[in-house]
Design a protein around this ligand. Structure first.
Ligand SMILES: [Zn+2]
Length: 265
């Protein structure tokens, strides 16, 4: 091989490396500029810091202004499907506009013990609006209520589960959307929308969702509506269904609520 062909081959080699580097650079650059997580502002606050109830509230804001929706799961520590769905949603989160606040493990102490509440008196969903000067569950309820109060929240979604189907045993709320007021047009409209969306893919009649009205003093949605005029729903799946199916219903519920407010597409 003469020296000119060696130079030619070496140049060809450098050219090849240059092309590869250029492709890599462009790929990285393109990914960076189209990655929506870059336009998503994320922050978090610690609730009940340095107590057994310590948990996180995550705030996700789009660059585009829009409504604020708050999602809670794990209010009862043995209702796991909503927690899983909220966490999965956080991993894939992509907002078109507005803000989503998520507390995926609201009652961390009860979740750690896999119980509804540490004691009947410490049922988080009977202790709102809570008390910031108190300890334990009342303080947890109070700190969560402060988040509701201070963030111009347009809607509250509280994810729960029940041990039986409402359509088989009306003492339990499995497969329902629970409202606190049957004369609230906005609540009726969004509940109707959700039920239609969710039931459109349901095959088994027992898995069909119903809208029910059960005002429960001390619950998040009841107190948010009555103290803060924030509309919200309690979403309940039945834990007689398999776990994956329940997680999927909760995930669908989150997506449908956020789509209703055009927070996601
Ligand atoms: Zn519950």
């Amino acid at each position: 091989m003469n020296s000119s062909s060696r130079i030619f081959l070496r140049n060809k080699y450098y050219l090849f490396i240059l092309v590869i580097l250029s492709i890599l650079w462009q790929t990285l650059f393109c990914l960076g500029s189209t990655n929506d997580s870059e336009s998503l502002f994320r922050t978090e606050i610690i609730v009940c810091r340095d107590t057994d109830y310590q948990t996180n509230a995550y705030f996700y804001s789009s660059e585009q202004e829009g409504p604020t929706v708050m999602i809670m799961a794990g209010v009862h520590g043995d209702e796991l499907a909503g927690i899983e769905a909220a966490k999965q949603f956080m991993e894939n989160i992509k907002l078109e506009r507005g803000t989503v606040i998520i507390i995926p493990e609201a009652n961390k102490e009860a979740i750690d013990h896999r119980v509804r509440a540490i004691s009947p008196e410490e049922d988080l969903n009977r202790n709102y609006p809570g008390d910031l000067t108190s300890e334990g569950i009342k303080r947890l309820a109070g700190e969560i209520f402060e988040i509701l109060k201070n963030n111009e929240i347009d809607f509250l979604l509280d994810l729960h589960e029940s041990v039986d189907y409402y359509n088989k045993n009306s003492s339990f709320y499995g497969q329902t959307i629970v409202l606190d007021d049957n004369e609230n047009h906005f609540l009726n409209r969004i509940a109707g929308y959700l039920v239609n969306k969710l039931n459109s893919s349901v095959v088994s009649p027992e898995d069909m969702f119903d809208v029910i009205v059960k005002p429960i003093a001390g619950s998040s949605t009841y107190e948010a509506l009555n103290h803060l005029e924030i509309c919200g729903i309690t979403f309940e799946t039945c834990n007689k269904m398999d776990y994956k199916k329940r997680v999927d219903f909760h995930y669908q519920c989150i997506e449908n609520v956020l789509a209703y407010f055009d927070v996601i597409n």
